[in-house]
Write a protein that binds this ligand. Structure first.
Ligand code: FAD
Length: 304
């Protein structure tokens, strides 16, 4: 059984952590605690999301800059095409590059009118993730990740259309795809098979969402193309007012998912941290990652 078997993963696994740019000083302090806590696990990279409508452009840039200045981590800047002309987007890419960024996640983004509205490309803007990849590639030989949807994007009429978009991103220079979160590993495995059959060979890194708040995740999932299976919902049933138990269950459930993916041959994981360290740390620990002193936090100022 898996229970008695520690996966033989020493030195083979890669993890990365995703953060969102903080809105307030208190949120910034919490993010920084999280970064400091996770850094010794030596993630391959940490990524910073880009808010709707470019609203977080400054905050994303500031967060990326702080990671560059104060840690030895490799930051990855997310960017979207929303509400910006091609020239404006090209300018933002150039600013990140000037800062020292050489890795991006290229996204179309969601309509600024809100999820569920039809996406309208901004006049004179890039229309989708694939066009943004091309724009980045024209500025340099960057490491460019893109999105992938194991349950297809809600706007895609079918899997063929969805995977065709992924193919266009790869043709334009994407080097890695990170998936939307999912809770059914069979779904991921079938998706990767489809993608390979379509002649796409870049890594399809599973995006793992540790469930900090099941109610929120359940409300949010459907709109972003992720299903919450009934058996998964049952795990969290009745824990709405039991935060400690909820956290223990969430840790167990996510560790189970990741260990099962390892058995299926996956060795690279991207964690949606929600700017919190506990669950990603616990799961990373479960799969054998241990803190390394010094190097990953080398430029970290001493704690007050
Ligand atoms: P695309 O891949 O460009 O398009 C999505 C789908 O729509 C395609 O698969 C395709 O089937 C269909 N489609 C689009 N255009 C066409 C067309 N012209 N013809 C036919 N079909 C078309 N959002 C943010 O705002 N900021 C972030 O930082 C951010 N980070 C993310 C990171 C990851 C790993 C993931 C998975 C998602 C992230 N998102 C982020 C969410 C993302 O912006 C939304 O899911 C958005 O709705 C789609 O963006 P995309 O780049 O995936 O779109």
């Amino acid at each position: 059984s898996r229970f008695s078997r520690q996966p033989d993963t020493a030195g083979k696994l890669r993890v990365s952590f995703e953060f969102f740019p903080p809105k307030t000083d208190a949120m910034e302090a919490r993010l920084w605690e999280t970064v400091t806590r996770l850094a010794p696990l030596s993630p391959a990279f940490v990524s910073v999301t880009y808010g709707a409508g470019g609203s977080t452009r400054e905050r994303t840039a500031r967060t990326v800059k702080r990671i560059l200045d104060e840690t030895a981590l490799t930051p990855v800047a997310h960017m979207t095409c929303v509400d910006a002309t091609r020239e404006e987007v090209d300018q933002v890419i150039a600013e990140f590059v000037d800062m020292g960024v050489s890795r991006f996640v290229a996204l179309r983004g969601d309509p600024s009118a809100g999820l569920g509205e039809a996406y309208q490309p901004y006049p004179g803007g890039y229309a989708n993730g694939a066009e943004l990849v091309g724009a980045m590639r024209r500025q340099g030989d960057f490491d460019i990740s893109v999105s992938a949807y194991p349950e297809k994007h809600p706007e895609s009429p079918d899997f063929a259309t969805d995977i065709d978009m992924l193919k266009r991103k790869v043709d334009n220079g994407a080097t890695r795809a990170i998936t939307q979160f999912f809770f059914d590993n069979d779904v991921y495995e079938r998706y990767v098979e489809r993608v390979r059959r379509a002649g796409i060979y870049i890594p399809i890194v599973p995006g793992i969402l540790p469930v900090h708040n099941f109610t929120q995740v359940a409300n949010f999932a459907g709109r972003c193309g992720a299903r919450v299976p009934a058996w998964f919902a049952e795990r969290f049933e009745g824990l709405e007012n039991e935060p400690e138990i909820h956290a223990l269950v969430a840790s167990a459930v996510a560790a189970e998912q990741v260990l099962d993916l390892i058995e299926r041959g996956v060795d690279d994981f991207h964690f949606y941290t929600m700017n919190r360290a506990e669950l990603p740390y616990a799961i990373s620990h479960m799969i054998g990652l241990r803190p390394r002193g010094g190097d990953a936090v080398a430029n970290q100022p001493a704690a007050a």
